[in-house]
Design a protein around this ligand. Structure first.
Ligand code: ADE
Length: 256
C-alpha cells in the first residue's frame, strides 16, 4: 500500500509515560477511535488538526518493529515519528538534552564472521538514515520547545544550563545499559554514538525496508551508568512526557 499524502502520521513511544499527555490531547478529538491489533492499542484521530495515530510500542526492538509494521500495513501511515528517552553516551551530553537521530544503528547485531559486526545480515548495511525533512523539522521543533517552554519557565530561576539539541548517531539494542563497563565498551565499539536506547534502530530498519519516511527524537534521561536506573525512572515519571508533548506539538503546528 502506498501512503496517501493525507494519510495519518504514526507517533510511537516505548513507555506509557512518554505519550500520556499526547494521548490526553488526542482524546479531545470527539471522533477519535481506539483500534486494537496484536495486543496493542492504536489511537486514531487528529492532533492539532493533523490526522495522527498514537501508540505504545512497549520496550525493545521486536516490540518496536511489530508496531511499526502494523502502522504501515493496517493503518497506511505516511510517516513515523518516534519519541522517548535515551541514555547519553556523547561526552558533552547532559540529562535533559535532546538528541535527534541523524542516523541509527543496532549495536547488538553481530553475525561475524559471516557478516561484519553491526551489519544487518542480507541487507548489506549497518546504518539507517531518517528522512532529512522530518529530521530538520524535529530539530526546529525541539529548539522552539526549549525556547518557548523551558526558557520562559526558568526566566526567574537560576539554572545551570538550558537543554541543548544534538543531531547524531543513536544506537539501539535489547539491553538497558547501566554500568560503566558496558558504557565504555559501547563507546569503544561505536565512538560516534551520542545516545543509546532500545527501539530506534529497529524502527529505522522496518521503515527503510518499506520506504516509509521516519524521524526519531530522544531526551537524555540518564548517562547509561550505575545511576541510570534511578535517573531513568525519575526522568520518566516527571519530565519525559512534557518533552514528547512539547516537541510533537511544535512539530505538528509547524507542518500545518
Ligand atoms: N533508554 C533510556 N536510558 C537507556 C539506557 N541507559 N540503556 C538503554 N536504553 C535506554
Amino acid at each position: 500500500m502506498l501512503p496517501l499524502p493525507n494519510a495519518p502520521l504514526g507517533i510511537i513511544a516505548a513507555m506509557p509515560e512518554e505519550i500520556e499527555q499526547l494521548l490526553e490531547q488526542l482524546h479531545q478529538d470527539p471522533s477519535m477511535e481506539m483500534v486494537s491489533v496484536g495486543q496493542r492499542n492504536y489511537y486514531v484521530g487528529s492532533l492539532w488538526q493533523q490526522p495522527c495515530i498514537v501508540t505504545l510500542a512497549r520496550i525493545g526492538k521486536v516490540a518496536a518493529a511489530t508496531t511499526v509494521a502494523a502502522l504501515i500495513h493496517q493503518f497506511g501511515v505516511r510517516a513515523i515519528l518516534f519519541t522517548g528517552v535515551a541514555g547519553g553516551l556523547g561526552a558533552d551530553l547532559q540529562i535533559g538534552d535532546i538528541v535527534i537521530a541523524g542516523s541509527l544503528m543496532q549495536h547488538d547485531v553481530d553475525a561475524s564472521p559471516l557478516f561484519p559486526r553491526h551489519q544487518i545480515p542480507m541487507l548489506n548495511r549497518s546504518c539507517f538514515a531518517p528522512c532529512p525533512l522530518l529530521t530538520e523539522a524535529l530539530m526546529q521543533a525541539s529548539h522552539n520547545f526549549i525556547a518557548s517552554t523551558l526558557e520562559s519557565a526558568t526566566a526567574h530561576t537560576p539554572v545551570r544550563r538550558l537543554p541543548k539539541v544534538h543531531l547524531g548517531l543513536i544506537v539501539s539494542g535489547d539491553q538497558f545499559i547501566s554500568d560503566k563497563s558496558a558504557r565504555t565498551a559501547l563507546r569503544a565499539a561505536i565512538p560516534d554514538a551520542l545516545a543509546v536506547e532500545m527501539e530506534g534502530g529497529a524502527i529505522a530498519q522496518v521503515c527503510y525496508e518499506y520506504d516509509i519516511p521516519f524521524a526519531v527524537m530522544r531526551t537524555i534521561s540518564d548517562a547509561a551508568d550505575e545511576d541510570a536506573p534511578g535517573s531513568f525512572s525519575d526522568f520518566l515519571n516527571h519530565v519525559a512526557g512534557v518533552y514528547s508533548y512539547g516537541v510533537v506539538h511544535h512539530f505538528i503546528r509547524a507542518s500545518l
